[in-house]
Design a protein around this ligand. Sequence first.
Ligand SMILES: C[S@@+](CC[C@H](N)C(=O)[O-])C[C@H]1O[C@@H](n2cnc3c(N)ncnc32)[C@H](O)[C@@H]1O
Length: 215
Amino acid sequence: MINNPYIEKVKAHPNIITKSEEASKHKWKWNEFFWNNNPIVLEIGTGLGNFFSTEASKNPDKNYIGMEIKYKRVYNTAEKTIAKWWENFVVIKDFAQKITDIFADWELELTYIFFPDPWAKKDRQKKHKLLQEEFLTNLCNKTKIGWKVIFKTDHKEYFDETLEILDELNLWEQSRKTYHYEKDIEEFDVTNITEFEQIFRGHKLEICYIELTKK
Ligand SMILES: C[S@@+](CC[C@H](N)C(=O)[O-])C[C@H]1O[C@@H](n2cnc3c(N)ncnc32)[C@H](O)[C@@H]1O
């Protein structure tokens, strides 16, 4: 097996939780973990952490939690955030599907899901896709009434499939739905985008966007 140098770094990092059992101890009590009563913002699939680190360091009145499954990306996310002079955050190295163990109902205020892997190449990969009925229902349970999820993807088919599930579930109000958000969303901030968005913009790909508000 190839030795991944990031495994030990991640395990030793004070801002990273590597076991969902450890993270689940804070269910209902994330505000005690952060020593404040600020709202919790979750980013799923932080990647290399550009967006997470900027948002967390710019918004000290919110508690930022990242979830990411790759050791190197988890580590980069944490280190980038500290490099921006912010330390009151946590990155959980685990699958976002574990949110039911980690968060209590109504514990989340805002969740960002940017460019999740579409797993569209082979039928047998489809089970890995994040935005399926069960996950979207669980995420709704974890979100406060009137609060939000923001989803962006370059993958139109994934976007359309997700919209179909959302229509069926009827748990969320849908707003600002667009297949080319750069043109439609006025406050689009080109200086604060994720790594994948930078790549897609370089390739001039259209990006789909939607905001979901829990009913
Ligand atoms: C296509 S990348 C996008 C990364 C980042 N959001 C961006 O826009 O640059 C998808 C990310 O989600 C992570 N990921 C994949 N499945 C996940 C899951 N079930 N839970 C949490 N993260 C996941 C991957 O490791 C990868 O970093």
